[in-house]
Design a binder for this molecule. Sequence first.
Ligand code: NAD
Length: 298
Amino acid sequence: MTRIAFIGLGNMGAPMAANLRKAGYELVAFDLVPEAIQRLVDEGAAPARSAAEAVADATVVISMLPAGEQVRDLYLGTGRVLASVDIGTLLIDCSTIAAEDARAVATAAEARGLAFLDAPVSGGVAGAQAGTLTFIVGGETQPLETARPILEAMGRNVFHAGGHGAGQLGKMCNNMLLGILMIGTCEALNLAVAHQLNPAIISEIIRSSSGNNWVLQTYNPLPGLMENTPATRGYEGGFLSNLMTKDLALAMNAALASGTSTPLGSVASSLYAMHCANGNGGRDFSSIIQFLQGGRFD
Ligand code: NAD
């Protein structure tokens, strides 16, 4: 029987873990926040008091943490995951972190005879809830095939990007483009509103034209134009601006390391850093439309 330890039950981890339960997997849940564990216990998971306890009898470990610092600490540091799992346990990290952090954990895991996959996701909280995430996986083929049915219980697409760290690099390319697309879409809508055009009609026009993109299709940054978007909920929940800022910084580091020219990524990175410095790190990343308005439409 596959017994999965799920660590990190936040905006993304909680619905992902709930989908594993719905698919019938035995689940042990751990988070630093007790209420987050309780929500999964209500879905039928067993609670754990520490990461080490969660993974002790697990055959698969899945982590979904904010950043590389927490992932390194979980597997290599105070979380003691590598030291606590049985040989043969499959380790899958779905957080978005630097490729070097993923490779460091993979190397330490392999030294213990354990398989590790970096498997960051795209699709947002709505995709996590609906079980339609895209997994971008780095690591060896054989553990990926073992992981595939588990990932398919949480997502619709599973891509093998390459060796260790390749999943993270693939995810970074996507999120750099997403940050640029969000800002570009906000600029277009602000321009339309400044000229008294109806933003609902302009959104529909662009969706049917060459400017069509994922932001306009599923994540309109203006309130009231789409049901169930963070914009319509006062920019609550969703994908936080500080996480987008982190992802853009990861992409900029990767660009620097490879000498790749990414001027628009660099501007997007600076704009998101300023938006967070203005106190918006805990709001959804579509709230950058207000920063770009400079208070003009308040
Ligand atoms: P979140 O902040 O909502 O959740 C993170 C959870 O991890 C929290 O519940 C926190 O208490 C827990 N945690 C932190 N350190 C821990 C530790 N040492 N042990 C156990 N639990 C710990 O973040 P999120 O939005 O769920 O994002 C998680 C990851 O997924 C990030 O790397 C993010 O970049 C990525 N991601 C997020 C989205 C999104 O739309 N939110 C989309 C794709 C990818």
